[in-house]
Design a protein around this ligand. Structure first.
Ligand code: SAM
Length: 307
């Protein structure tokens, strides 16, 4: 298929006006109208014929129409019925595009199973296929989308997305900074992360109040292999950063109060040479991985001793 015409800002606004569409801020409906930046996003995704692309937020299909001719399949999800209708007209000729009209999330923390099942089916349809997330993400759900895709059965080989600059800063933050959080550790412990471009508000219609960024997140199999129990690690890091300013010892005692007594917690912290005034926000990713693993083993030992 030849590359379809690109949706210019003029075209997009004309279609919106004709159909009476009004953007809805709560759904993060800020459309990228600078086509050079759309190209930068597409280049960063390095799309190829083996790729199955998941796009969250079809909008008018601006990005979808450019991706479809380059890849095996696109699964695109849109919550807004009016936009879904408009996009259906734009995408009618694309046989490899599957449109879903629904919320991409089942709840605050989980992707919707129908989305995951559709994607899994497309990936398994041919040997050698791989999943990529490529999207101008609705800002209010960017965090659960990016972080939860890493815990699903089919992990993407790459995620390239437009997100709030502030969120990109949190994902890439280093220890002892205000942005360093459970999200920074989760993403950095599993992926290589790169800021592709900062986007000012005027490249979107309507203009958001804040800067945005294109981020490129590459899940790293070697990093993943360092974490024997992903769910334990995720829960551990979240618990540690829930009270980020408290001393590590008291946070861990409270987090494991059902499984470990204080002596057991102290034994691990002393063995690993943690100072009594250590705080989670000062620890780098490697140290947190080591700490999590030590407590995972300790919890298992305590369980065995009880049985
Ligand atoms: N992809 C289009 C583009 O590049 O112009 C639109 C991107 S716009 C930033 C985000 C889109 O996500 C909107 O069309 C919005 O309606 C949709 N959306 C918002 N929340 C959603 C959700 N929970 N599930 C699926 N789509 C959602």
């Amino acid at each position: 298929m030849t590359t379809p015409p690109r949706q210019t800002a003029t075209y997009l606004l004309k279609r919106f006006r004709e159909s009476g569409f009004e953007p809805f801020a709560r759904h993060g409906q800020n459309f990228l109208v600078d086509l050079n930046l759309l190209d930068i996003l597409l280049d960063a995704a390095e799309l190829g014929p083996q790729d199955v692309v998941l796009e969250i937020g079809t909008g008018m299909g601006t990005l979808t129409t450019q991706m479809a001719p380059r890849v095996a399949e696109v699964v695109t999800v849109e919550i807004d019925q009016h936009l879904f209708q408009l996009a259906s007209e734009e995408l009618i000729d694309f046989e490899n595009v599957t449109m879903l009209q629904q919320d991409a999330l089942r709840n605050k923390n989980n992707l919707h199973p129908a989305v995951l099942e559709t994607v899994a089916e497309k990936v398994k349809a041919e040997p050698g296929r791989q999943l990529k997330l490529v999207a101008n993400l609705p800002y209010n759900i960017a965090t659960p989308i990016l972080s939860n895709l890493l815990e699903t059965p089919i992990v993407p080989v790459l995620m390239v997305a437009t997100i709030q600059k502030e969120l990109a800063d949190r994902i890439m933050a280093v220890p002892s900074t205000k942005d360093y959080s459970a999200l920074s550790i989760w993403m950095q412990s599993l992926c290589d992360v790169e800021l592709v471009r900062v986007l000012p508000p005027q490249v979107f219609w309507p203009r958001p109040k804040v800067n945005s960024a294109i981020i490129r997140i590459t899940p790293n199999a070697e990093k993943r292999a360092q974490i024997p129990d992903l769910t334990f690690f995720h829960t551990f890091v979240r618990a540690l950063f829930f009270h980020r300013r408290k001393f590590l010892r008291s946070v861990i005692i409270s987090a494991f109060k059902e499984q470990l007594d204080k002596e057991a917690v102290d034994e691990v912290l002393t063995r690993l040479h943690f100072a009594s005034d250590a705080r989670a926000e000062q620890l780098d990713v490697q140290t947190l991985l080591m700490l999590s693993e030590a407590f995972r083993v300790k919890v298992l030992e305590a369980q065995d001793a009880r049985e």
